[in-house]
Design a protein around this ligand. Structure first.
Ligand SMILES: Cc1cc2nc3c(=O)[nH]c(=O)nc-3n(C[C@H](O)[C@H](O)[C@H](O)COP(=O)(O)OP(=O)(O)OC[C@H]3O[C@@H](n4cnc5c(N)ncnc54)[C@H](O)[C@@H]3O)c2cc1C
Length: 385
């Protein structure tokens, strides 16, 4: 049997960052993943993840986002990686759209620089989105996207340099523990550890079962890349990252401009932030043709004459928590085990700060980051988001 001071289960977006954070604090830490290398079967692939501070999901995320922007910069400087691309982020919708209004409220509460663009000016500034009369825009010039593949690689490099041990491919079958330590059963035998960080993404529910006390549900989501009709109008100088809210509460299409050097398929990447298809993460299946057809039809209405044919469609997994907010906490009655999960389709931008918080919780039992609102007690009525 092996014994390590700390162990990180899962080396995707969040686990690679937690491993880097623990190793950088001089802790003897091991990271495990079921895949031989960073991969496209979880949640942290596809070339881009939008990052913005004017956060409609909840204003309490904004301080974490400030920290995250800072840490992405530090990661780039320490590794030479190119992770953060500042294209700006444009939210588009009816003037009374809840997404625009809640984003504006977050921006005002935290003094995030944003620009409200009324319908008349939208037509001139961003003609790509000018289909619906009366629609406005909220532009956050400091936003953009992060490259998840580059981010995972950079965090793993920091972890390696700081002396962590990485073992992969190793499938973990089960985890158990109490307040003083945990045991991880793997296909290569048992490993005991004083502190365990579980960053298993869409596999979190199957590993934790009832011990979390809340369901975490894996959803398959589509990422579709389109050939732009006019490449110039879809380039980062002319097209920020965007999100279109129809105002019907059903979800939002979002997109990332075509950018030089993208590791994913070329073209404008589009996704739909809303409910997906519930799947087993070991057998997510392919994106059905009718989903791509729906994207083509819906986008022809929202960005008419902008996107040409779809060139690629790939799947990616959301892990939905009941209230669509993250779950970052120690497990009740098993305080040696920290879980970071349930990122509900909006977590990657926070990866550098989630890794630090996971390390804080694992080593100190608490964190100075303002992340209490993401704890498990909100589901038992002791805290609320
Ligand atoms: C289509 C799509 C669009 C998104 N857009 C955005 C966006 O614009 N902005 C944003 O901030 N976020 C976005 N997200 C969300 C973000 O990508 C995720 O929140 C984040 O990547 C989750 O990272 P993770 O570490 O939890 O999961 P993962 O990166 O999937 O990592 C989990 C790891 O655990 C390993 N693992 C699991 N079980 C085991 C086991 N039993 N044994 C060994 N290893 C195991 C897996 O192999 C995997 O490597 C999007 C997600 C998707 C799918």
């Amino acid at each position: 049997m092996n014994q390590v001071e700390a162990l990180v289960l899962g080396l995707g977006g969040m686990g690679s960052s937690a491993l880097a954070a623990l190793a950088s604090r001089g802790i003897e830490v091991m990271g495990l993943d079921q895949e031989p290398r960073p991969h496209d079967r979880g949640s942290s692939h596809g070339g881009s993840r939008i990052i913005r501070r004017a956060y409609f999901e909840h204003p309490d995320y904004v301080p974490l986002l400030e920290d995250s922007f800072e840490r992405w910069g530090r990661l780039e400087r320490s590794t030479g990686a190119s992770c953060l691309h500042r294209t700006g982020v444009l939210l588009v919708g009816p003037t009374d759209s809840s997404v625009l209004r809640a984003s504006l409220a977050s921006a005002e509460a935290h003094e995030v620089p944003v620009e409200w663009i009324g319908p008349d000016r939208m037509r001139h500034r961003f003609p790509q989105f000018a289909s619906a009369p009366g629609w406005s825009g909220l532009l956050e010039p400091g936003g953009g996207f992060v490259d998840p593949e580059a981010g995972v690689r950079a965090h793993l490099e920091v972890a390696r340099r700081a002396g962590s041990v990485i073992r992969r491919p190793v499938r973990v079958f089960s985890v158990d523990g109490d307040d003083s330590g945990a045991v991880v059963r793997t296909e290569e035998g048992e490993i005991r550890t004083n502190r365990l960080v579980i960053a298993a993404g869409a596999w979190s529910a199957s590993l934790l079962g009832d011990r979390l006390g809340v369901p975490l549900v894996p959803h398959r989501k589509a990422m579709v890349w389109f050939d732009p009709i006019d490449p110039e109008s879809c380039s980062p100088g002319r097209m920020p990252c965007w999100l279109v809210d129809d105002g019907d509460g059903a979800g939002c299409y979002y997109g990332v401009p075509a950018w030089p050097g993208q590791s994913s398929p070329a073209g404008v990447k589009v996704g739909f932030h809303g409910p997906g298809t519930v799947v087993d993460p070991d057998r997510p299946g392919e994106i059905p043709e009718e989903v791509v057809e729906r994207f083509v039809e819906d986008l022809a209405v929202r960005l008419p004459g902008v996107l040409g044919r779809p060139v690629a469609a790939r799947s990616c997994l959301y892990t939905m928590s009941p209230d669509e907010h993250f779950v970052i906490d120690r497990l009740p009655g098993r305080r040696s085990m920290v879980v970071v999960a349930g990122f509900s389709g909006h977590g990657y931008k926070f990866a550098p700060v989630v890794g630090e918080i996971a390390a804080d919780l694992a080593l100190d039992g608490g964190t100075s980051s303002m992340a209490d609102f993401l704890g498990l007690d909100r589901f038992t009525g002791d805290g609320s988001v």
